[in-house]
Design a protein around this ligand. Sequence first.
Ligand SMILES: [Zn+2]
Length: 399
Amino acid sequence: MVGEDTRLWRQVAHEAARRPRQVDNHLDVRGVAVEVAHVPRLAAGLAARQTASLEWAMLPFRCCADITPASCARAKMPGGSSREMAMRKWLFAGFFATILSGPAAAWWDGGHMQIAAIAYDQLTPTARAKADALIRLNPQYASWVAGVPAGDAAQVAFVRASTWADDIKTPELGHTEAGDTPGNPEAGRNIGYYDNLMHKYWHFKDIGFSTDGTPVEDADPVNALTEIQALTQGLSPASGLPDDVRSYDLVWLLHLVGDAHQPLHATARFSHAQQHGDQGGNLAKVIPASGETIALHAYWDRLLGGYTTPAGAIRDALEDKNTKLPPADSALAGVSDPSVWFDESQRLAQNVAYADPVLSCTQACELDRAYETKARQTARAQAALAGARLAHLINEALK
Ligand SMILES: [Zn+2]
């Protein structure tokens, strides 16, 4: 059965690879989720890898129980899922969670949802109840919990909500990037779900560095740090904002706290060859042991797993002894100032992500075992930390 499914996934990936490539600029690839709209990028990786595992072959279909792009799109439309499809979706989720016995390979969906799963597990009963109520106000809520047993719905919705900030990068949710730049006066607005801007620049803060004396440019004026601060303020009842805005704030925070802990969402390397920066490693190429040539940024984004369902992420993060995340360092978990998070991530980027062999490469760098082991350990520790800090942030805001 697995063999047949693998063939089907490969066929879908092959079809996707024939589509025109989506815009592949800095903003597009930063924090981009595994979405149907981004299938070409993933499928290219699949083709390069040749020995695509089922997990890899499933990457493009985060939220879909069915196996074709068309049905995937249908399943994602609010109210567009029949009860039968919803049930299949849930059953499929359990199926995948069962067969994905190996460690999930990112701050692609797998990473964000694992971080949210950790956070949900550490919420106080009061904060959890308030968070549950706010999550229910997201326009996609019904589709997130369709077919999910009632007892699991709140946790599943919370975990699934962590990727909504990536979902809105696809046209089907009606958001736009027209005129949506970090210098726009509207860039940092907080108006809730009426806001149809994608705000792609909310996903990172480039704290630049250079090893060859190239001048470093400033980060965007509106960035992941300024937004985590603003949205945290908005989430508190003291803000006086209506609940639908506070829901929007919470859903964004579920995502951005995860991004803050991906080292390459906190920096860009400036050099003689790339005087305006390498876009958080998007312009640097690496060749991991799996053999494909990919952007350094994408390599890190996928370290915690690619495609998964909320059920799969919950299992990976909390339940499966082979994959569950390590406990966060308790002293570090208590650090609540997000500017410190970004400084830490920037240092990790310099010391780990851009360490040799990446540091001394000018073309695609072949990664060695020591680099890859350290990268994976760093990613897992950062995810655990992100989950604990996210829980702390919500517990404080919703006490
Ligand atoms: Zn992101």
